[in-house]
Design a protein around this ligand. Structure first.
Ligand code: 1CP
Length: 378
């Protein structure tokens, strides 16, 4: 289970092909936060074990990563390794606790720039600090036995900086924003230091067995267009560039998800990522018009539709797949993580609808192409 040189052959590579812009038989689908809190089998695991204990124990991380793949057998086209974006601040020297029902808590957040020297390690060795994630990835990739590809991930620098300064979730991000406006130079230093760890960590995840990578800029939309361009975009670009410089351009498809940053879609489609993940504030038509086929689009149903009942779920998922098109440059997903109180049946209906409509659209496209061929020949 520790062998990182030979893995079972991949039986379903739809998502990899979609990310590379190749034609697919139907749109692949997975769901952000698909392992975890809304699943009864995960909640049962959490009664026994602390959140970070699950992350740090490869057997447990593997078990939880596979839970949605087993429950929705054949309906999910990717798995995502069970971990959290906040393992990077931990690796950098900070303490992060997961408070059940509340979320992450940093007992000693960064308050002033001088705290960086006190709290953060000068140099972070990801193999020393985060080897447990690499081990979990390797074990999970073997346990998946080629059923679907395994996605590795990091939080993006601005989002991680925000947590490190706020000390947890926040409605306004006032403290983190005070840093960028009052201490721009030190903010860039912090963002640069986080970026270095993100790059090493993503490269290590691929060496361990990750077949696709996603960068979560969950707090992107808290920055306006000008500040996003200064404090987020350059670091997102650096991450893609440096990972690909090390691993090779074609080694592994990368996805960027900048939640709320609708204004940056054009720029996000030219910074080196194969896929751009969208929240629900885009229409498929406008997103396609802006990105012009330069990237694969992922998303973007409002996760709250899963509370709307069967009719609403079928209608929204159908509109989404029909809008994006099923066979080229599209990966179906929600526009943000699935919420903790969503019924498991709602998720199943979403996945089944995406499959059914995806196949319908693919058949229609094929028929239209054939009709077109006949016209050309005729
Ligand atoms: O299948 C999966 O996606 C599970 C792996 C996973 C991932 C990709 C978890 C498990 N967390 C994440 C990413 C993550 N974590 C993000 C980026 C995606 C997003 O925007 O949703 C963010 C912002 C976090 C931070 C985080 N961790 C929060 C949000 C707090 C806030 O500020 O609002 C919370 C509540 C967590 C805890 C967490 N992470 C993951 C799980 C299953 C949980 C619940 C913890 C528990 O069981 O008590």
């Amino acid at each position: 289970m520790t062998d990182t040189t030979s893995f079972p052959p991949l039986k379903n590579d739809l998502i990899i092909r979609a990310a590379r812009g190749e034609k697919t038989e139907r749109a692949p689908v997975w769901v952000m936060r698909q392992a975890g809190r809304y699943l009864p089998e995960f909640r049962a695991e959490r009664v026994e074990n602390d959140f970070f204990k699950i992350c740090r124990t490869p057997e447990l991380a593997t078990k939880v990563t596979l839970q949605p793949i087993d429950r929705y057998d054949g309906l999910l086209d990717a798995s995502i390794i069970f971990s959290d974006i906040l393992v990077i601040p931990q690796a950098m020297g900070m303490t992060v606790e997961m408070v059940p029902g509340k979320g992450p808590h940093f007992p000693t957040p960064l308050i002033v720039p001088a705290d960086m020297a006190v709290q953060l390690k000068e140099k972070v060795d990801v193999h020393k600090e985060l080897q447990y994630v690499f081990d979990a990835i390797t074990m999970t990739r073997h346990a998946l036995n080629g059923r679907v590809p395994l996605i590795g991930f990091v939080g993006a620098p601005w989002t991680l900086m925000a947590y490190m300064i706020e000390g947890g979730g926040s409605k306004t991000l006032s403290k983190a924003k005070e840093w960028i406006f009052k201490h721009p130079k030190e903010s860039h230093e912090l963002l640069g230091r986080i970026t270095d760890v993100c790059v090493d960590f993503l490269i290590g995840q691929v060496h361990a067995g990750a077949q696709m990578l996603q960068v979560f800029e969950s707090w992107g939309g808290e920055l306006g267009p000008h500040d996003f361009e200064h404090f987020s975009l350059p670091y997102l670009a650096q991450i893609a560039k440096r990972v690909k410089a090390e691993l090779g351009e074609e080694a592994v498809p990368m996805t960027v998800f900048a939640k709320g940053s609708w204004y940056a879609l054009d720029k996000l489609s030219v910074i080196g990522y194969e896929t751009v993940s969208l929240d629900w504030t885009h229409t498929p038509e406008s997103a396609k018009a802006i990105t012009q086929g330069r990237v694969t689009l992922q998303g973007n149903m409002d996760p709250n539709v899963l509370y709307g009942g069967d009719e609403a779920i079928v209608a929204a998922a159908t509109r989404m797949v029909r809008g994006f098109g099923s066979t080229r440059r599209y990966i179906a997903n929600l526009g943000h993580g699935i919420l903790p109180t969503v019924p498991v049946e709602a998720m199943e209906l979403f996945l089944k609808t995406v499959h059914r409509v995806g196949l319908e659209v693919a058949a229609e496209e094929k028929a239209a192409e054939a009709a077109n061929d006949i016209k050309i020949i005729g």
